[in-house]
Design a protein around this ligand. Structure first.
Ligand code: FRU
Length: 463
């Protein structure tokens, strides 16, 4: 642990000590979602199960609720409901990560977490920071006690990446497969195309670029936060592409987030199937998955970079959250995502529709209909389409259209200032923040359907 690390750790603890009481006065503070104690949160990082513990690291800007230099904030839990907040595990304290410990992932082996991340360095000068002036370094921190890093080393620098790229190469996702280790990274080429770089290693430290995965025609200029995994026999490449042209009911957000089915071998000859967006709400980006025994869990960032809409939580010194953990499955050519069963432990008693505010709702036999939540969010569906809009409380969010097919079932997880809407058991999902009047309650239905509605309790967070 170096002196910079010690100073930063002290400053973060101080910022949290001073800011937490104010953050907790915010009526929009969430109950069953992970948020930063203070300051800013973006991407989930290093998600894993290590022994009995689930670890959720995240991009954390403790000193600035609108961003700031990134650390790896840290929560852990044994059951996804009772959490413990730990000090950040990674601080921007190395020469290769001085301007941010950017996103990355965990590889777990023999009870040890190998944490791969991007060290961001901005060299002083008159640079565009895309084609020059920026170091995007791949680093590895090793954590043997679940709480602190015992070592940190630089593995790859920009000159080690293949030719033809900008300085934007980041977000290593590492996994073991077939007797070797693989790492995928998101990249932006000099021709402004997004792609995924595939590296291979035998020892977790030395990496060779063995393949590049991209579309035949350019699809956006940068692919952030890649993931690559096999799901019920189908390989899936997830990424968050930037620079894809907006349509009426596709790519409506600033940036997209979705997946390609990948056939063939990701290490050599492959083909990518059609890209499908993973969410058509306003606030979903940079998700990451991990294996938990037989199931694959996913957590996304409940936010969107560079969005034109605002979150009033900034007035209370914090911003953004994680989605609930979801289980992923592959069915009929698409990835489904549905809340992990553990969340049902948070269901309290049934609640009347007129009183509901923080709730879990299930609706079936509901091919056509609509609902208004807390005089704020309006959801309408029928004829294959779903629309999400706001009569107030959207904080700049307008309308989103989604092609959802026939609606057979709907599940809505509503927190104080968020909605996660799962259509047909997770075939389509709409995730959004919203800001109804804090005292507003009630869900009003139009159309038919069978409703079950529970009040939702809170996560416990030990600090
Ligand atoms: C995605 C992202 C990543 C990067 C991180 C920095 O939201 O831009 O590509 O590693 O955020 O916080």
């Amino acid at each position: 642990m170096n002196a910079l690390h010690r100073d930063l750790a002290r400053l973060v603890a101080e910022a949290e000590r001073q800011g937490l009481a104010r953050a907790e006065q915010d009526p929009y503070r969430l109950r069953f979602h992970l948020m930063p104690p203070v300051g800013w949160m973006n991407d989930p990082n290093g998600l894993c199960r290590c022994g009995d513990w689930y670890h959720v690291f995240y991009q954390y800007g403790p000193f600035d609720s609108t961003g700031g230099v990134k650390h790896w904030g840290h929560y852990r839990s044994r059951d996804l409901v009772q959490w413990e907040q730990l000090p950040p595990l990674l601080y921007p304290d190395q020469t290769w990560d001085l301007h941010g410990v950017y996103s990355g992932s965990a590889l777990v082996e023999d009870g040890v977490m190998y944490l791969y991340y991007t060290g961001n360095v901005k060299h002083p000068g008159d640079f565009d920071y895309v084609t020059e002036g920026r170091g995007h370094n791949t680093a590895l921190a090793v954590c043997r006690d679940g709480v602190t890093a015992q070592s940190n080393e630089l593995l790859l620098e920009n000159r080690d990446y293949p030719a033809g790229l900008t300085c934007h190469v980041r977000d290593p996702k590492v996994f073991a497969y077939d007797g070797a280790y693989y790492m995928v990274q998101g990249a932006r080429t000099l021709e402004n195309r997004g792609e995924l770089l595939v590296f291979e290693s035998r020892d977790k430290r030395h990496w060779t670029h063995i393949n590049t995965i991209t579309t035949p025609d350019a699809f956006g200029y940068m692919w952030e936060c890649p993931d690559l995994f096999e799901l019920n026999g189908q390989w899936v490449a997830v990424c968050s592409p930037q620079g894809v042209e907006h349509g009426r009911d596709t790519f409506q957000n600033v940036y997209s987030c979705g997946y390609f089915p990948l056939d063939g071998d990701f290490r050599s000859a492959y083909t990518l199937g059609a890209y499908r967006e993973m969410d058509t709400g306003f606030d979903f980006y940079a998700p990451q998955t991990f294996l938990d025994g037989e199931r694959r869990l996913l957590i996304g960032w409940m936010g969107m970079p560079d969005a034109p809409y605002e979150n009033p939580t900034v007035a209370y010194g914090w911003q953004h959250a994680m989605t609930v953990p979801c289980r992923c499955d592959w069915q009929n050519g698409r990835m489904l995502r549905y809340p992990a069963a553990e969340l049902e432990a948070l269901r309290r008693g049934p609640v009347e529709a007129g009183d509901a505010a923080v709730f879990d709702l299930e609706l079936t036999d509901c091919a056509k209909g609509g609902l208004v939540i807390r005089d704020s969010a309006v959801l309408e569906w029928g004829q294959g389409e779903m629309t999400l809009s706001f009569t107030g409380g959207g904080a700049g969010r307008t309308v989103r259209h989604a092609k959802v097919g026939e609606v057979r079932a709907l599940r809505i997880l509503a927190d104080t200032s968020s909605l996660e809407i799962f259509v047909n058991h997770g075939e389509s999902v709409l995730t959004t923040r919203y800001y109804p009047r804090p005292d507003a309650r009630g869900v009003r239905f139009t159309g038919k359907g069978k409703v079950r509605l529970w009040e939702m309790g809170s996560l416990t967070i030990k600090r």
